[in-house]
Design a protein. Structure first.
Lengths: 158, 571
């Protein structure tokens, strides 16, 4: 992770994103989203450019970036696997699905696999309680999962 | 609007909050995140009340009144809700009140007592967060933070520094600099206004009292103390006296009781600052130097400009602050005069300020060949030393400062309030430039709590425009005006703290704008009391130039009394 942190970021492209939004009120969220789309996460160097460009303090930009769970201030894997930890998924077998994923990928939730392919995340609700337990990989949702079928889902991203 | 609070009728204008209406009706509602000088935050919920026809309890600080509203502040449901809210805070707050710097001055502690909290019904889960002791000025202990956001308001809205902001989410929320970095590594002015905002002990001054006790106990060390102009107008509060009580003579007496070998006065070097800075102003005015000259006494302001407006550093006066001039002279001029080895002299400053601790530690502040100022104590720390030593304020008789570094004028006294340096400089500049006697010494246009004050002064044909800002948010506004070139200014005074030094980050808790006003009154009473009120009339100043310095801006002055600045990063 430390190695990726040091990767040079394309400051000019970050500045261009900031410049495109700078004049309008409430520019911070769209800027953060576009910068994350560009870089993959929100490194300190990029947030400094955002703060300077929008005339905001870095602490405010960091505060906003860490408030929203879909913003990342550390590098994440190529695919983000989100598992619902709410009650409906829980009673339908989410703990077994979670255990299977951790076993398969060899890292606990909240972390990224050493090959940088998967980041595992717990989320509150995916809004698909009808097909609990559910998992979301990137922007695709998978429902009615079992410890076996979730491994098959992960295989699609190997 | 007419409403009733606990069956008491009260009439207030539309837009008034229930809290303000209750205050008018004489009904006290407890608060925590509410602050008289800040906008509504409504985050802590301690002030909840019952509003008839409202489904849930409402936060009185944020809820506007309505015609015919029926409010109850003292029902069983309200009392229980408030108690639960405070218990929830306590369940995540360290139980170390006895050893906390804010013991007996803590709003959470007071609330728990006021609301009758005895047992906390929730499991105690302490916040785990390391202390930040990176700077010589401030200690941040986020484990004690109740996330009321008062410091956030002060740091961002009042001071425009933006060092602190809430990060993360939900119960993990913590008020920190970006990336949770230590204050030393970020763009923080170290003004300490966050200390005044904080209701608990999450931000305090760095305590240096032990170093002073040790120096006082060492017979081989000659310990001298200097007291900043603002201290005499605030120190009484540490002894329980009302804000605005002047304690100059008692303070001197109490310092002697503590064991200081000499009790000197920063007011002496404040007068000296006027000689140097006034001469610098006249020099820049007459030789086409960089204008406006901006004052350099306030170290929080200096750190702010170094971070945020490095392009304006050439505008700063090169004068050291009175504190640092004093340190440099104590270990040269005074050492020589008194025949004491400067290596054995220990200089203690009593300052209204947390940034002064950083200033004294700056690597360039060693003009005497030693560290010029050894330890800086805030008025709060000195208050603690007095309490610990058992000084009985009520029975102390007034005493005088020691010579020669204890002589001063009213011009020096007003350094403690916003506009004071400006006024003091004008009193001297007028007479130096015009060679006429100044009849009216009171430049009232530059006094008081108005955010930015301006005046045009006629120096016998030469009109100079002056401006005064206090609080870094106001300073920023003034600097932007200067950068836009809207108006030509010749001389600008900036103080980092609202109200000037009497409102400094090291001053007694609690410092609000209302308290600041009372302290400012005291400062001008002190000025009126002084037999001499112009810096250049101070005989000790005449003497030091004759015996030691030569002339203002001379070689020796340059060596000992002037400094340079360092551009720093903005983010």
């Amino acid at each position: 992770m430390a190695k990726q942190e040091k990767q040079a970021i394309d400051v000019d492209r970050v500045d261009k994103i900031v410049a495109r939004h700078a004049s309008r009120e409430g520019a911070l969220l769209p800027v953060l989203k576009e910068v994350q789309d560009l870089v993959g996460y929100l490194p300190e160097e990029a947030l400094k450019r955002v703060a300077l460009g929008l005339g905001l303090s870095l602490s405010r930009v960091y505060g906003v970036a860490t408030f929203y769970s879909l913003f990342y201030t550390t590098p994440k894997g190529k695919y983000v696997v989100r598992v619902c930890e709410s009650a409906p998924c829980h009673v339908q077998g989410a703990p077994e699905v979670i255990a299977a994923i951790e076993r398969e990928l060899g890292v606990p939730f909240g972390e990224t696999t050493p090959d940088g392919r998967f980041t595992l995340e717990m989320v509150s609700c995916l809004g698909v309680c009808g097909v609990a337990p559910a998992v979301m990989v990137e922007d695709r949702v998978y429902g009615n999962l079992t410890p076996e079928t979730v491994i098959a889902v992960l295989q699609e991203y190997r | 609007m007419k409403l009733t609070i606990n069956n008491l009728p009260v009439e207030v204008p539309a837009g008034t909050t229930v809290l303000a209406a209750a205050e008018k009706a004489g009904v006290r509602i407890p608060t925590l995140c509410h602050h008289p000088d800040q906008d509504v935050k409504g985050v802590c919920r301690v002030c909840v009340v019952e509003v008839e026809k409202s489904r849930t309890l409402q936060a009185a600080c944020a809820f506007p009144v309505a015609e015919g509203m029926v409010v109850r502040t003292n029902t069983a449901a309200v009392r229980e809700a408030r108690r639960v809210i405070v218990e929830l805070m306590l369940s995540r707050h360290p139980k170390d009140c006895l050893g906390c710097a804010r013991n007996r001055r803590c709003e959470l502690q007071a609330l728990a007592e006021e609301l009758g909290v005895r047992d906390v019904r929730f499991t105690h889960i302490e916040k785990k967060h390391p202390k930040d002791e990176s700077t010589p000025s401030l200690v941040r202990d986020p484990a004690k933070c109740v996330v009321c956001r008062r410091c956030v308001y002060t740091c961002n809205e009042v001071q425009a520094v933006g060092a602190l902001f809430p990060a993360y989410r939900g119960h993990e929320t913590v008020v920190v600099p970006a990336y949770d970095k230590p204050l030393l590594d970020i763009a923080c002015s170290l003004c300490g206004q966050c200390v005044h905002a904080c209701p608990v002990g999450a931000i305090t001054e760095h305590d240096d009292t032990d170093k002073v006790w040790a120096a006082l106990a060492d017979p081989k060390t000659h310990v001298v103390v200097q007291t900043a102009p603002a201290i005499r107008a605030t120190l009484g509060e540490e002894a329980g006296l009302p804000p605005g009580t002047l304690v100059t003579g008692k303070m001197v007496a109490a310092l002697r009781r503590l064991g200081f070998d000499r009790v000197f006065d920063t007011d002496f070097t404040a007068d000296l600052t006027i000689m140097e800075e006034g001469s610098e102003l006249i020099q820049r005015l007459t030789t086409g130097g960089t204008l406006p000259v901006i004052t350099s006494c306030s170290p929080g302001w200096i750190k702010f400009i170094e971070h945020f407006y490095p392009e304006l550093l050439p505008n700063l006066s090169t004068c050291k602050s009175p504190q640092q001039m004093f340190g440099a002279l104590a270990k040269t001029y005074y050492a020589k005069k008194a025949g004491i080895d400067p290596a054995s002299i220990f200089v203690v400053s009593i300052m209204p300020c947390t940034a002064k601790k950083f200033e004294a530690a700056r690597p360039e502040m060693n003009a005497s060949g030693y560290r010029d100022v050894d330890v800086v104590l805030t008025s709060r720390e000195l208050g603690r030393m007095f309490r610990e030593s058992g000084v009985d304020w009520g029975r102390l008789a007034d005493e005088e400062f020691d010579d020669p570094l204890g002589r001063s004028t009213g011009a020096a006294a007003i350094f403690g309030a916003t506009g004071g340096v400006m006024e003091a400089a004008l009193r001297t500049a007028y007479e130096l430039v015009t060679k006429k006697e100044l009849k009216n010494l009171d430049f009232v246009a530059v006094r008081g709590m108005t955010k930015i004050k301006e005046a045009t002064i006629d120096l016998d044909g030469t009109k100079i425009n002056v401006a005064v800002a206090h609080g870094l948010g106001n300073a920023k506004e003034l600097l932007e005006r200067i950068k836009r070139g809207e108006k030509t200014y010749h001389f600008v005074e900036i103080m980092a703290c609202p109200g000037g030094c009497i409102g400094g980050g090291g001053q007694p808790i609690k410092t609000t704008n209302a308290v600041r006003e009372q302290r400012i009154d005291a400062i001008y009473r002190e000025d009126k009391r002084m037999p001499l009120r112009k810096s250049h009339e101070n005989p000790a100043i005449t003497q030091i130039y004759a015996e030691f310095l030569g002339q203002p801006l001379g070689h020796k002055s340059h060596e000992l009394l002037h400094t340079h600045y360092t551009a720093r990063e903005k983010v």
